[in-house]
Design a binder for this molecule. Structure first.
Ligand SMILES: Cc1cc2nc3c(=O)[nH]c(=O)nc-3n(C[C@H](O)[C@H](O)[C@H](O)COP(=O)(O)O)c2cc1C
Ligand code: SF4
Length: 456
C-alpha cells in the first residue's frame, strides 16, 4: 500500500492526552488534538481565539499591557529567562521614535530541543495572536517570524495561518477597528545555530552574514535596520494572549507555588527513556517527575547524568532530580534551565563521547568572529577525540579545563562559546575519572611534551 503524501508528514507530538488538558490549566496546549492536526482559523476562533486581541487593542494602553506581562513574570523561554515585560518596557518608543519590529525567534536549533516546533506546527494562530499583542505593546509596525529552515511542516502551517489571519482582518490595517496597523512576514533561515542568537538573527534577517553584534546598543534601542526591535521566543509570545485574557494572578497561580516564575512550561525529555516527548506542566516541575512521565529509564539502566535544557547547559547529577526546574533554582547548581528539555544519559554511556559530539556541533556552528571560539572549539574537539580513543596525553585534562575558562563568559563576542563551555566545564568537574581513563600512560618522547597551560 502506498502512503498518501499527507500521511507521510510528521508532526511533533505532545504526550498528554487531550482529556488531561484544560483552558484553565494549560494555556499553551489545551486546544491541541491527540492526532496532532493543525488548528485552523475557524477552530481557533471557536476556542477563544483572538479574543485577547479584541479585548485589548484600543481598549488598554500599550503601557498597561506591558505592566501585566511584567507582573505575570513571564521569563523568556528561549533559554536566558529574561523577563519579557522588562524587555518590553526598555524598548524605545514614543514621540519621534520610528515604529520598529517584533521578531519571533523560531530558530530552535538547540540540541535536544523540540518544543517551539509543536506550537508552530499545530497552533500557529496562537503565535500570531501573541505577536499582535506584543507588537501593540511595543509600537512595532511589522513582525517577522525567523523560522529554522528545516521546519518545513511549520513553514506550511505558518504560511497558511498568516494568509487566513490577513484575510480575516487580524493582520493589516486597523486591526479589529482599533486603529493599530501590524503585519507579519515569515522568514525561513538557512539552518545555522548562531542565527538563534538574537543579534546574529537580526544580521541574517537584514540579508547579511549571521554575525552577532555588540551590545549595547541592545536591539530594543537599535535593532533591525536601526529601528527598535524586540526579539522573543515562540513559547514566550504564546503565553501572552492567556495572560491578558485571564489576568496576572491566574497566570502566577499556574505554577502552584512550585516556583516564583509564573505559568506553565513546555518541558520535554529525550535520550535513554522509554517514552521521550513533550508535556505542558507547571513551571517548577522536577526532573524526577519528568523522567517518570517519560516512562522511566530504558532497559532498567541507572541514570548517570542529565542536561536540563539543551546542549549548552551544564550536566546535573541524579541527586539534582528533585530540584524545581525553573531559571533561578537550576542556576544555583552550576547549570541553567535553558530550554527545559532534558537529555537523559545512562550509566553505560560515555560522557567523553557525548561531549565530543556536542562540541563538534558547537565548533561547526561557530560564526568564526572571535578567536577563542573559532580556534578554541576545534581544539577542544581534537583533544576529546584523542581521549575518546584512549590516546589522550598527560596535561590534556588541564588543557581542557583552561580552554573551558577561555571560552567562558566575558571572553567572547556572544554567548555561543560560553554555552559550549558549560557542559565541558561541568563534565570535567563531575566525571574527571572518565577523562583520566582516556589518558595514555605510555612514556612520552621529549618532542611530545604537552603545550603548557597558559600558552593557549
Ligand atoms: C548561540 C545561541 C543560540 C540561540 N538560539 C536560540 C533559539 O534558537 N531560539 C530562541 O528563542 N533563543 C535562542 N537564543 C537566545 C536568544 O539570543 C534570545 O535571548 C531569545 O530569542 C530572546 O527571547 P526570550 O527572551 O523570549 O527568550 C540563542 C542564544 C545563543 C547565544
Ligand atoms: S562566540 Fe563564537 S559564535 Fe559568538 S561571535 Fe564569537 S565566534 Fe561568533
Amino acid at each position: 500500500m502506498t502512503a498518501s503524501r499527507s500521511s507521510l508528514r510528521y508532526r511533533c507530538q505532545l504526550r498528554q492526552p487531550a482529556t488531561e488538558r484544560r483552558a484553565e490549566t494549560h494555556p499553551l496546549t489545551w486546544r491541541l488534538h491527540d492526532d496532532n492536526r493543525l488548528i485552523g482559523l475557524d477552530e481557533y476562533l471557536d476556542k477563544d481565539g483572538y479574543v485577547a486581541v479584541r479585548e485589548v487593542l484600543g481598549k488598554q494602553s500599550p503601557d498597561e499591557v506591558i505592566e501585566q506581562v511584567k507582573e505575570a513574570n513571564v521569563r523568556g523561554r528561549g533559554g536566558a529567562g529574561f523577563s519579557a515585560g522588562m524587555k518590553w518596557s526598555l524598548t524605545m518608543k514614543g514621540e519621534g521614535i520610528p515604529r520598529g519590529y517584533l521578531v519571533c525567534n523560531a530558530d530552535e536549533m538547540e540540541p535536544g530541543t523540540f518544543k517551539d516546533r509543536l506550537l508552530l506546527e499545530q497552533q500557529p494562530h496562537l503565535l500570531i495572536e501573541g505577536m499582535i499583542l506584543g507588537g501593540y505593546a511595543n509600537n512595532s509596525r511589522y513582525g517577522y517570524i525567523f523560522l529554522r529552515g528545516e521546519y518545513v511542516e511549520a513553514a506550511r502551517a505558518l504560511s497558511r495561518a498568516l494568509e487566513e489571519a490577513r484575510a480575516a482582518g487580524w493582520l493589516g490595517n486597523d486591526i479589529a477597528g482599533s486603529g493599530f496597523d501590524f503585519d507579519i512576514a515569515l522568514h525561513t533561515g538557512a539552518g545555522r545555530y548562531i542565527c538563534g542568537e538574537e543579534t546574529a538573527l537580526i544580521s541574517s534577517l537584514e540579508g547579511s552574514r549571521a554575525n552577532p553584534r555588540a551590545k549595547p546598543p541592545f536591539p530594543g534601542q537599535s535593532g533591525a535596520w536601526g529601528k527598535p526591535t524586540v526579539v522573543n521566543n515562540v513559547e514566550t509570545l504564546c503565553n501572552v494572549p492567556a495572560i491578558l485574557r485571564h489576568g496576572v494572578e491566574w497566570y502566577q497561580g499556574l505554577s502552584g507555588g512550585r516556583s516564583d516564575d509564573g505559568g506553565t512550561k513546555l518541558y520535554g525529555v529525550s535520550g535513554r527513556v522509554n517514552t521521550p516527548g513533550l508535556w505542558e506542566l507547571p513551571i517548577g516541575t522536577t526532573g524526577q517527575e519528568l523522567i517518570d512521565l517519560a516512562g522511566g529509564i530504558r532497559d532498567g539502566k541507572a541514570l548517570k547524568t542529565w542536561l536540563p535544557g539543551g546542549g549548552s547547559t551544564g550536566f546535573l547529577l541524579p541527586e539534582h532530580l528533585e530540584l524545581a526546574l525553573d531559571f533561578d533554582t537550576v542556576g544555583q547548581y552550576g547549570s541553567r534551565m535553558g530550554t527545559g528539555l532534558l537529555t537523559v544519559v545512562t550509566e553505560e554511556q560515555s560522557v567523553v563521547s557525548l561531549l565530543r559530539n556536542l562540541e563538534q556541533f558547537f565548533s561547526r556552528e561557530s560564526c568564526g568572529w572571535c578567536t577563542p571560539c573559532r580556534d578554541g572549539l576545534p581544539w577542544v574537539v581534537k583533544i576529546l577525540q584523542s581521549i575518546e580513543r584512549g590516546e589522550g596525553e598527560q596535561g590534556d585534562i588541564e588543557l581542557l579545563e583552561d580552554l573551558a575558562v577561555k571560552l567562558g563568559p566575558g571572553k567572547t563576542f556572544c554567548a555561543h562559546a560560553p554555552g559550549a563551555a558549560m557542559p565541558l566545564q561541568s563534565g570535567l568537574k563531575h566525571f574527571r575519572d572518565e577523562f583520566e581513563r582516556g589518558i595514555s600512560h605510555r612514556p612520552r618522547a621529549a618532542h611530545e611534551d604537552p603545550i603548557p597551560v597558559g600558552e593557549v
